[in-house]
Design a protein around this ligand. Structure first.
Ligand SMILES: [Zn+2]
Length: 151
């Protein structure tokens, strides 16, 4: 399962009751994206919640794909966001705090930790491949990315 399948909406119960409709707790589930990003639904939420959701939409759902929000861009951008926070030196717990502050989302720190470990291993594998295929420049780039994550 991708890390984006393990990102949840904080205050889920409160939001479902404000919207008078239910949707999955998982933030990147298609049904959640559909409900949260229908403008007229958002108006039923309190300001703080609305703002967080609008920020999320602006930061992750701003692509021009026809299939938006189901095109996969949001998931890719969110992974990038997590890795950027990691590059800034944040550990799993701090990362969970920040996504809560920014977007009213949460994840289990253990899941975030496995995601970070997996990312490092994926980069390592890609680096080895680049070396074997004779792309030292690419290998160096991947190594630098990886070193930023394990700092
Ligand atoms: Zn897209």
């Amino acid at each position: 399962m991708a890390i984006t399948d393990k990102i949840y909406v904080k205050n889920h119960q409160q939001i479902t009751s404000q919207l008078e409709t239910s949707f999955p707790k998982s933030a990147f589930s298609g049904a959640t994206l559909d409900i949260l990003f229908r403008g007229e639904e958002l108006a039923k939420l309190d300001d703080a919640t609305q703002n967080r959701i609008l920020d999320f939409a602006e930061d992750f759902l701003d692509c021009d794909c026809e299939a938006n929000p189901h095109c996969g861009c949001a998931e890719r951008k969110f992974v990038r966001y997590l890795l950027e926070l990691r590059e800034q030196g944040l550990g799993p717990d701090a990362l969970v705090d920040v996504m809560g502050d920014n977007y009213m989302l949460y994840a289990y720190p253990g899941d975030v930790l496995s995601f970070l470990d997996d990312s490092v291993r994926t980069l390592e594998a890609a680096e080895t491949l680049a070396d074997v295929d004779g792309h030292p420049g690419k290998a160096k780039e991947l190594r630098e990315l990886r070193e930023n994550l394990v700092r």
